[in-house]
Design a binder for this molecule. Structure first.
Ligand code: FAD
Ligand code: UDP
Length: 371
C-alpha cells in the first residue's frame, strides 16, 4: 500500500497525528474537505489582522507536555482572555470575580461577595440538577439572570433547565480581582496565526484539500493500512441511527475603517434580545499590531449568531445532553467494530473538547500506536 496512514481531517487532531506518525517513520496522507488546513482553528490574514474564521480561539492549558509540544511549532504571545459582558449597556467583567460582584452589588470585600452569593444560593437545595440550578448555586440569581440566562439560551437554543450543569462549571468563580477567563498555567495566541502553526506541524506531509473522504471512500481506504477519521461519527455511518445534534455558528464579519470598535477581543451580549451572542474584534488577540509590530489602522469584527445545526451546516458544538450521549454511545459501539479505522477528535468522539484536550488525546493515541 502507498501509505501507512490516511488521516481524514486537517484539524488539530489530524495534524498532530500526522506529525507524530511521520516523525515515527510512517508514510502519511492527510485529506480535508475544506479548502484550508487547520480545521476550526484556521486563521486568515486580512488587512494585517489574523482573523479567526471559524470562531475565536484562545489557547490555554495546564498540560505541560501539550504546551511544550505546541511551542515546537509556534511562538505564543502573552494574550490573556478577559471578555467583557454587555447586559443592555451595563458592562461587567468576566469571568465572575470581585470586579463583577462589585459592579453587580456594590460589595467591596471578598467576604461581602461570599455572603451575597450564599444568601442567593439558598434557593437551591440538594445537588444542582441542571444548568440553571448549577449557575444559581455558583453565583446567585442576580448574576444568573443578567450574565448567564440570556447568553446560554441564545448559545444553546435550549432552556437553562434542560441543559447539563457541567457546561457552566467551565467558568471560574473567584473572590479575587482577576479577570483571566481561564484557570490555566499556560495561555496565549500563536504569533503569525494558528494556520502557520498547523502548517509547521504538517511540514513535509502530503495534504489534499477540497477532498471529501466519502466521495471516494473505497479508493482512499485501499491506499492506506490504517485510517484515522476526525469527522462527525454519525456522518461516517451515514446517519443510519439518526442525527447527533450540534450547535452551529454563523459569523458576520465587518471590516471597519477605524482603529478600534470595542477595545477588547471579546464582548459577550448577555441579554436575550440582542440576536448575536458575542462580538470578536480580532486585532486585540495581537494587541492591535501586525506581524511587523505596526499599529493596524483598520479593524475587523465578527458577530456570532448561534443556531441549531442542520444537514449541510458546519457542526461546531456537540450537544452533550442525555439523548445525544446515548445515541453517541450506540455509534461508538459500531465504531469499535471497524477494523482499520480509528476515530478521534471533537466530532468523531462527540466531545466538547478544548484545543489542548484534542492535542492531548491525539498525542496519547499516537503513543499507543507507535509503542
Ligand atoms: P476540527 O477542527 O473540526 O477538524 C476536523 C476536520 O475534519 C475539519 O477540517 C473538517 O473539514 C474535516 N472533515 C470532516 N469530515 C470530513 C470528510 N468527510 N472528508 C474530509 N475531511 C473532513 N478551544 C480552545 O481551546 N480555546 C478556544 O478559545 C476555543 N474556542 C472555540 C470556539 C468555537 C466557536 C468552537 C466551535 C470551538 C472552540 N474551541 C476552543 C474548540 C476547538 O475548536 C477544538 O477543540 C478543535 O479545533 C478540534 O479539533 P479537531 O481536529 O478535533 O476538529
Ligand atoms: N456563559 C454565560 N455567559 C457568558 C459566557 C459564558 O452564561 O458571558 C456560559 C454559556 O452557557 C457557555 C458556558 O458558560 O456555554 C461556557 O462558556 P465558554 O466561554 O467556556 O464557552 P465556549 O464558547 O468556549 O464553548
Amino acid at each position: 500500500m502507498k501509505y501507512d496512514y490516511l488521516i481524514v481531517g486537517a484539524g488539530l487532531f489530524g495534524s498532530v497525528c500526522a506529525q507524530k506518525l511521520k516523525e515515527a517513520g510512517n508514510k502519511v496522507l492527510v485529506i480535508d474537505k475544506r479548502p484550508n488546513i487547520a480545521g476550526n482553528v484556521y486563521t486568515e490574514k486580512i488587512e494585517g489582522i489574523h482573523v479567526h474564521k471559524y470562531g475565536a480561539h484562545i489557547f490555554h492549558t495546564n498540560l505541560k507536555e501539550v504546551w511544550e509540544y505546541v511551542n515546537r511549532f509556534a511562538e505564543f504571545n502573552r494574550f490573556t482572555n478577559s471578555p467583557v459582558a454587555n447586559y443592555k449597556g451595563e458592562l461587567y467583567s468576566l469571568p465572575f470575580n470581585m470586579y463583577t460582584f462589585n459592579k453587580m452589588w456594590g460589595v467591596v470585600t471578598p467576604q461581602e461577595a461570599a455572603d451575597k452569593i450564599a444568601e442567593q444560593r439558598k434557593e437551591i437545595t440538594g445537588e444542582p440538577k441542571n444548568l440553571e440550578e448549577q449557575a444559581i448555586s455558583l453565583v446567585g440569581r442576580d448574576i444568573y439572570e443578567k450574565l448567564i440566562k440570556g447568553y446560554t439560551e441564545k448559545q444553546w437554543g435550549r432552556d437553562c433547565k434542560e441543559l447539563p450543569a457541567f457546561i457552566i462549571k467551565r467558568l471560574p468563580v473567584r473572590l479575587t480581582f482577576d479577570n483571566n477567563y481561564f484557570n490555566a498555567l499556560y495561555q496565549g495566541i500563536p504569533v503569525g496565526g494558528y494556520t502557520k502553526m498547523v502548517a509547521n506541524m504538517l511540514d513535509g506531509i502530503e495534504v489534499l484539500l477540497n477532498t471529501d473522504y466519502f466521495d471516494r471512500k473505497a479508493e482512499f481506504d485501499a491506499m492506506a493500512e490504517h485510517v484515522i477519521y476526525t469527522g462527525p461519527i454519525d456522518a461516517y455511518f451515514n446517519y443510519e441511527l439518526g442525527y447527533l445534534q450540534y450547535r452551529s455558528v454563523r459569523f458576520e464579519n465587518e471590516l471597519l475603517d477605524q482603529p478600534s470598535f470595542q477595545g477588547n477581543a471579546a464582548v459577550n451580549y448577555t441579554d436575550r434580545e440582542t440576536p448575536w451572542t458575542r462580538i470578536i474584534e480580532h486585532k486585540w488577540f495581537e494587541f492591535g499590531k501586525d506581524d511587523d509590530g505596526n499599529d493596524i489602522p483598520k479593524t475587523i469584527i465578527s458577530k456570532e449568531y448561534s443556531s441549531e445545526w442542520k444537514f449541510g451546516d458546519e457542526p461546531y458544538y456537540p450537544v452533550n445532553d442525555e439523548l445525544n450521549t446515548k445515541l453517541y454511545q450506540e455509534y461508538k459501539k459500531k465504531a469499535d467494530e471497524e477494523e482499520k479505522i480509528l476515530f478521534g477528535g471533537r466530532l468523531a468522539e462527540y466531545k466538547y473538547y478544548d484545543m489542548d484536550m484534542v492535542i492531548d488525546s491525539a498525542l496519547r493515541l499516537c503513543k499507543e500506536i507507535i509503542a
